[in-house]
Design a protein around this ligand. Structure first.
Ligand SMILES: [Ca+2]
Ligand SMILES: [Ca+2]
Length: 306
């Protein structure tokens, strides 16, 4: 298992705030009265990263663990990181915003410079098509935190400039809004590679009002989310997925592993899942994101839960 560190090469996804390199910067967006955190972009040339479950071992009792081998058969260094796979969605149009797979990564609060009691969350949306610039699309993730079937927050992936100033600037942001009041809770710079098929939208668990002790009033565990993807240019297309439920403080499957893999090399992630929780809040398995891979499915390998 590899974990992101400040020594990681520059191909660490910029959605992952880094604490000690000075890479992360904070820019005050005075026009709307809140700050937005903008880690610098970094891109690697396209590698060819593929993953395969290389053997598994079942621990007697409630837990499963397996080994996932991730190989880079390309000629450029690439990265791979692990998400809890929540949603699979069919190819309808093949358009740049036609959703294929959605996952959630749960990281220690410290990875986002937040307290240990918090969690850094990253939604990954992988699409069938590719976008020259994701600013032609909007991705909304309504999230129900109390189990009443009504969204309490919405994470929105949209052009940063448009949301802040009304003028498109080609950068992509991750905005968490309170669905009841419309208030913006927090914004991060999103990872949304040019000519890509993947967006990564960060937020904090505390942005959703959830904590190790539960979700406030009502439902005490789990958040339910889905994705609605909209075409802004050319427009006219919407893709709405089904929903899934996950407890970021007790996810049924592991996530957050990260590796930088040189050409011809491989890395290994340990996959774990907790069987009772998997029965309670099933995950489809894992997504291995390699955002520098070729577009489409190759950017998010699907590993089904056993
Ligand atoms: Ca779709
Ligand atoms: Ca609700």
């Amino acid at each position: 298992m590899a974990t992101p560190t400040s020594q990681a090469p520059e191909s660490v996804p910029m959605a992952r705030p880094r604490s000690s390199t000075g890479v992360r910067s904070t820019t005050s967006a005075t026009s709307v009265g809140y700050s937005i955190e903008l880690p610098q972009p970094s891109r690697a040339a396209p590698p060819t990263i593929e993953s395969a479950v290389g053997g598994s071992a079942s621990t007697p009792g409630h837990d499963f663990s397996g080994s996932l081998t991730i190989a880079n058969s390309g000629i450029h260094t690439g990265t791979a990181d692990l998400y809890a796979w929540g949603i699979s969605d069919p190819r309808e149009t093949g358009a740049p915003m036609d959703v294929r797979a959605v996952g959630l990564q749960v990281l220690p609060g410290a990875a986002f410079k937040a307290p240990d009691s918090d969690r850094g969350l990253v939604f990954l949306i992988n699409t069938w098509g590719q976008a020259a610039n994701q600013s032609v699309n909007e991705y909304d993730i309504p999230i129900d935190t109390n189990g009443d079937g009504v969204a309490d927050f919405v994470v929105v992936g949209r052009d940063l400039g448009f949301v802040l100033t009304g003028i498109y600037d080609g950068r992509f942001g991750s905005f968490t809004f309170n669905a009841h009041t419309g208030a913006l809770v927090r914004a991060f710079f999103a990872e949304a590679p040019m000519n890509g098929s993947t967006v990564e939208l960060p937020l904090l668990a505390s942005d959703l009002g959830i904590s190790p002790n539960g979700n406030g009033s009502g439902k005490k565990e789990g958040i339910t989310y889905q994705v609605a993807a909209f075409s802004i240019v050319p427009g006219g297309m919407v893709d709405v997925t089904g929903s899934t439920t996950i407890d970021p403080y007790a996810a049924s499957v592991s996530s957050g592993d990260f590796a930088t893999i040189d050409p011809g090399s491989s890395a290994s992630f340990t996959l774990t899942y907790h069987i009772p929780q998997q029965n309670h809040m099933p995950a489809l398995g894992w997504l291995v994101a390699s955002i520098d891979n070729a577009n489409g499915a190759a950017q998010a390998d699907e590993v089904a839960a056993p």
